[in-house]
Design a protein around this ligand. Structure first.
Ligand SMILES: [Fe+2]
Ligand SMILES: [Fe+2]
Length: 271
């Protein structure tokens, strides 16, 4: 008998060690692919959002407490790769929470976020392996909790979640990764460049899924996407909206020309 996708997602969220989170995620996404996990019709309401299982390290600190390091030294590059690995580790939980929390969605919604969870676990594993070759492990540097905080703030509303997690936080990766790739090329770190190129390519699909389901929610609610997105940015994202924006990648990820123009304008007005 097939198991419940919601229970599997909850188990992935709860998994606390790095190995347990990756193992549970790869096992659940494979089982979903084989049709062994289904969305039950009679699932109870999700439990309230809470901190997902996390390893004891990295220690979570205020973003201002994180040192900025250059990419010229091995130590600096390891800290930089660690920061991206932390984003990917959070992204595993964010994808599973999108699956777990929002009930009664079309089948494709769940397929999209299960696929995203698998990508994020793979991205994390690639960066973890890269860190190891540099003599480091995930947990060696401090990190911040900003990504999960946005999951908590939007746990009551799938429309807000789609607008703010994939289309603001994940979309930021589309803006900044090309510059990171160039800086790593300058210091000759081709191994990390190759990983970031895979991540950049695959993140477009995650942001595109966010765009798709944001528009789906807007249509269901009978609201216009552009003013709704603008309102949510003002309400939740004043402190986390940065430019410049990668118009080309964001267009491929479902941002309309009007939305991109609005993003540019909102930078001018929040200064
Ligand atoms: Fe990722
Ligand atoms: Fe992602």
């Amino acid at each position: 008998m097939p198991g419940s996708l919601f229970e599997a997602a909850r188990a992935c969220l709860d998994a606390a060690s790095v190995a347990a989170k990756l193992d549970a995620t790869f096992a659940a996404t494979a089982a979903f692919g084989r049709g062994e996990l289904v969305v039950p019709d009679d699932a109870p309401a999700p439990e309230p959002v809470r901190m997902p299982g996390r390893p004891a390290r990295p220690q979570l600190v205020h973003p201002r407490g994180l040192p900025r390091r250059g990419l010229g030294s091995v130590q600096g590059r390891a800290a930089f790769i660690h920061a991206i690995a932390h984003i990917e580790f959070n992204a595993i939980d964010l994808a599973w929470d999108a699956v777990y929390r929002f009930r009664g969605m079309p089948a494709q919604y769940y397929a999209d976020w299960v696929s995203c969870a698998r990508d994020e676990a793979r991205h994390f594993a690639m960066l973890q392996a890269r860190l190891r070759t540099m003599g480091h492990a995930y947990g060696d540097f401090d990190a911040h909790n900003g990504l999960w905080e946005m999951a908590e703030k939007t746990a009551h509303d799938g429309l807000a979640r789609m607008a703010l997690v994939p289309r603001v936080l994940e979309a930021r990766g589309l803006d900044v990764t090309p510059g990171m790739i160039r800086r790593l090329q300058d210091v000759g770190d081709t191994a990390t460049v190759e990983i970031l190129e895979v991540i950049l390519r695959e993140e477009v699909a995650h942001v595109a899924a966010g765009s798709r389901w944001f528009r789906w929610y807007c249509e269901r609610a009978g609201v216009a996407p552009l003013p709704t997105f603008r309102r949510l940015l003002a309400e939740y994202a004043r402190a986390v909206l940065y430019g410049p924006f990668n118009h080309e990648a964001r267009s491929r990820a479902g941002f309309s020309a009007d939305e991109l123009r609005m993003l540019e304008e909102s930078l001018l007005t929040t200064d």
